[in-house]
Design a protein around this ligand. Structure first.
Ligand SMILES: NC(=O)c1ccc[n+]([C@@H]2O[C@H](COP(=O)([O-])OP(=O)(O)OC[C@H]3O[C@@H](n4cnc5c(N)ncnc54)[C@H](OP(=O)(O)O)[C@@H]3O)[C@@H](O)[C@H]2O)c1
Length: 247
C-alpha cells in the first residue's frame, strides 16, 4: 500500500535525529535500510534493533566529508541488496553564529558536511541509479534554506545550496527516470541544537527548541510521503514547520 516494502533506502546521518527515526519508521513498513554515520556504535545498535525485530538493516561507518566513504556506503548497499531505491542525504549540522564571531572552523565543517556531503551522496548514487533507470535522491534542506536570519548566514547558505543542487539534478536526470526531492523542516526535536558551538547562541536555540520543536516523526512521515509516490510522480519539495513557528 505504501509502496515502500522491499525498497533499499540508504540514509546518511543515521545515528540520531531524523536519520535514526526515518530508518526505524521505514523499516517498520518493509524497507531495507542502510545506515551511514561516523558513530559506529550508534548505527550498529540501530541496525541490530531493526534486524532483531525481523527487519533488514546494514550499518556502514561513514563520514560524508570523504567521498570515498560515501561511495563505499552506497556500493555496500548495492552489493548486499542488489540495488538502491532511495538515497536520503540527511547528515548535517547547524553551527549558528553571527559572522562577526569569525567561527571559521564551523563554516568549513558546515560547508563540508551540508554541501559537499550531499554532492558526494549524489556522486555515489547516480551511477547505480542511471544503470537501474530508477531511484530517488532526497536531500535535507531546512526552513533556513528558504529564509535568512542573523546568525544563520553560513547554515542558510548551505541549505539554499541543497535546494539549488537538487533542482539542477532534477532537470539533469530526466533521461534516467531518477527523481529528486528536498525536505525543508522547521524546528524539530533532535540533537541538532548540540551542533551550535557559540555558548550564547546555543542557549537561545536550545530554549527555542524546548518551547517550539515538534516531534521527529513529522520528518519520517514526510520522507514516507515522498517515497511512497508511484514512479511517475516526482514530489520535489516538502516544507513543514511547527504550527507555532513564525519564521
Ligand atoms: N532538527 C531540525 O530542527 C532540523 C531542521 C531543518 C533541517 N534539519 C536538517 O536535518 C538533518 C539531520 O539533522 P537532525 O536534526 O537529525 O540532527 P542530529 O540529531 O544532530 O543528527 C545529525 C546527524 O548527522 C550526522 N553527521 C554529522 N556530521 C557527519 C559527517 N561528517 N558524516 C556523517 N554523518 C554526519 C550525525 O552522525 P555522526 O555524528 O554519528 O556522524 C547525526 O546522525 C541535517 O541536515 C539538519 O541540518 C534539521
Amino acid at each position: 500500500m505504501e509502496n515502500v516494502k522491499g525498497k533499499v533506502v540508504v540514509i546518511t546521518g543515521a545515528s540520531s535525529g531524523f536519520g535514526k527515526i526515518t530508518a526505524e519508521y521505514l523499516s517498520e513498513r518493509g524497507a531495507i535500510v542502510v545506515l551511514g554515520a561516523r558513530r559506529t556504535e550508534k548505527i550498529d545498535a540501530i541496525a541490530k534493533k531493526i534486524n532483531d525485530k525481523g527487519g533488514k538493516a546494514l550499518a556502514i561507518t561513514t563520514d560524508v566529508t570523504d567521498a570515498k566513504q560515501v561511495k563505499n556506503l552506497v556500493d555496500s548497499a548495492v552489493k548486499a541488496y542488489g540495488k538502491i531505491d532511495v538515497l536520503l542525504n540527511n547528515a548535517g549540522l547547524m553551527p549558528l553564529s553571527p559572522l562577526e564571531y569569525l567561527k571559521i572552523e564551523d563554516w568549513d565543517r558546515c560547508i563540508d558536511v551540508n554541501i559537499k556531503g550531499v554532492l558526494y551522496g549524489i556522486a555515489a548514487a547516480l551511477p547505480h541509479m542511471k544503470k537501474q533507470k530508477s531511484g530517488q535522491i532526497i536531500s535535507v534542506s531546512s526552513v533556513a534554506g528558504h529564509t535568512i536570519s542573523p546568525g544563520g548566514a553560513v547554515y542558510s547558505a548551505t541549505k539554499y545550496s541543497v535546494r539549488v543542487i537538487s533542482e539542477a539534478l532534477r532537470q539533469e536526470v530526466k533521461p534516467y527516470n531518477i527523481r529528486t526531492a528536498v525536505i525543508s523542516p522547521g524546528a524539530v526535536a533532535t540533537n541538532l541544537p548540540e551542533s551550535v558551538t557559540a555558548d550564547d547562541i546555543a542557549k537561545g536555540i536550545k530554549q527555542y527548541y524546548a518551547e517550539n520543536a515538534i516531534s521527529a516523526d513529522s520528518f519520517a512521515r514526510a520522507a514516507l510521503y515522498i517515497i511512497s509516490q508511484p514512479e511517475d510522480v516526482d514530489v520535489n519539495e516538502v516544507l513543514f514547520r511547527p504550527t507555532k513557528q513564525q519564521l
